[in-house]
Design a protein around this ligand. Structure first.
Ligand code: GLU
Length: 465
């Protein structure tokens, strides 16, 4: 049985690096029919907030990553941690240390002066005397004095740390609260973790955690330390690159499956396959295939994937999702044609919503450049006659009806398509570019098309006056 977890510290929103770690753990557990658990590491009450926890759960919900059981909150487990501190003290595997801050500072300075790495010198390790008065002691764990701490990392290979690089670190502060590496080891062991996949910023916490596992006789999980995601130019991922809130991607119009597909490929690959459905990720993901070097965030690739998933979404789903962007198409009579057109053209739901609005809403103003380019020469006259041509036709519904009309219009006038196309674009959507004009006219209908032409002609008249 494989058991994994995601263990965020709720200090802010969930960023994409965190979501990638969660995804890797999720995939590995699910692929093996195991369990994926969520643990909220909220022991640092000054830095943690309930909102941040809520935001993390919300992001999980959006991407559809389900976890087993209820989330475990470290803040509920202080009694449990305390019992293990007592156990280690009773067994002589941990001890009280009465060094004051001043003494510790002095020790550090001496060591630095001797060019040694600052570390606790073990002076209370075997202390049996009378403890100094007025000092609330901390509890330190007995780390090995010689040899090495060695573990196999599933991504980085064998990691060896000399015993003298790890000192007797604090497991309980003088106020009795347990420290980070201590509680993580206890929780991972008691929650039955078999595989711990986490950011490689935790690589050097692992030897400390191993000391706790060994002191308590717990079985070690397999560790995988995932290299970080770099931003543009190989620098640390910044907010601008996308270190932002996972929910910002929702607000920017990304589909959750596009984001997950994007994230799974950051640092992991399966041949040269780029597009992975959840089923395919589950079929192929193996944390030992994670790249040992850092990966790079590429916003264009995310857009490309998003466009792919938008194109392949049902119109019904898109119509529902677009409601968050102020476009209501669920019972719109032109829903199918609108969505068929725009799902092919747009990379995000937000872009889609903007372009759909542009078609459905009469332009409020006209783009300056488009006016200059589109309304020169005989454009006003041509638009006028085109409006007449529209008025003369009774049955205009399908894009092909409008297309045929435009064709006969340019033929009769002996003009090129652009001569009507450009001014008509300005009239219908207020700018150049945009979708096929026959599609636009079919969507808004003959009467609205005439009205938009009249609006532009009126605007041109007022401008000239
Ligand atoms: N709470 C840690 C973090 O948010 C993760 C610890 C772990 O995965 O072991 O970075």
């Amino acid at each position: 049985m494989v058991v994994t977890r995601f263990a965020p510290s709720p200090t802010g929103f969930l960023h994409i690096g965190g979501l990638r770690t969660a995804l890797f753990n999720y995939l590995w557990a699910r692929r093996n029919g195991g369990e994926f658990k969520l643990r909220i590491e909220d022991t640092d009450q000054s830095r943690n907030s309930a909102e941040a926890t809520k935001a993390i759960l919300e992001a999980f919900d959006w991407v559809g990553m389900d976890y087993d059981g209820e989330p475990v909150y470290q803040s509920d487990r202080f009694d449990l941690y305390r019992s293990y501190i007592t156990k280690l003290l009773d067994e002589g595997k941990a001890y009280y240390c009465y060094m004051s801050k001043e003494e510790l500072d002095a020790l550090r300075e001496e060591q630095m002066a001797r060019k040694e790495r600052p570390r606790y010198d073990g002076r209370y390790r075997d202390f049996t005397g009378e403890p100094p008065k007025g000092v609330e002691p901390v509890v330190r764990i007995k780390a090995p004095l010689e040899g090495e701490i060695v573990f196999e990392d599933g991504i980085k290979g064998t990691i060896t740390i000399k015993a003298d690089e790890v000192d007797d670190f604090i497991i309980a502060r003088s106020d009795g609260t347990p420290t980070y590496n201590f509680v993580v080891a206890i929780d991972d062991a008691l929650m039955g973790m078999t595989d711990v996949i986490r950011g490689d910023d935790h690589l050097y916490n692992t030897p400390k955690q191993i000391i706790v596992y060994e002191a308590l006789g717990f079985k070690l999980p397999r560790f995988y330390h995932v290299p970080m995601i770099l931003g543009e130019g190989g620098k640390k991922l910044s907010k601008r690159d996308g270190a932002a809130d996972v929910m910002d991607y929702k607000r920017a119009g990304y589909l959750p499956e596009a984001l997950l597909n994007f994230l799974v490929r950051l640092g992991w690959s399966h041949g040269d396959q780029e597009i992975f459905t959840m089923e395919e990720m589950l079929e192929h993901f193996d944390p030992t295939d994670i790249n040992a070097s850092a990966s790079q965030y590429n916003p264009d690739k995310l857009l490309w994937l998003n466009a792919h998933y938008i194109k392949n979404s049902s119109n019904e789903r898109l119509a529902k999702l677009l409601e968050d962007f102020g476009v209501y198409l669920l019972s719109h009579d032109k829903r199918e044609i609108l969505l068929d057109i725009f799902k092919e053209r747009c990379k995000t739901l937000k872009e889609m919503a903007e372009q759909i609005k542009e078609v459905l809403e009469t332009p409020k103003d006209y783009d300056e450049k488009a006016l200059k380019k589109g309304m020169k020469g005989e454009a006003v006259d041509i638009l006028n006659s085109f409006a007449d041509a529209l008025r003369e036709q009774k049955e205009l519904h399908l894009p092909t009806d409008f297309h045929a009309l435009m064709e006969s219009f340019v033929k009769a006038k002996e003009i090129g398509f652009g001569k009507i196309g450009m001014p008509l674009r300005v009239a219908l959507i207020g700018r150049l570019g945009g979708p096929d004009l026959s599609d636009v006219m079919s969507i808004i209908g003959k009467e609205e098309t005439i009205e938009r032409i009249e609006n532009l002609l009126k605007y041109m008249k007022e401008k000239d006056a």
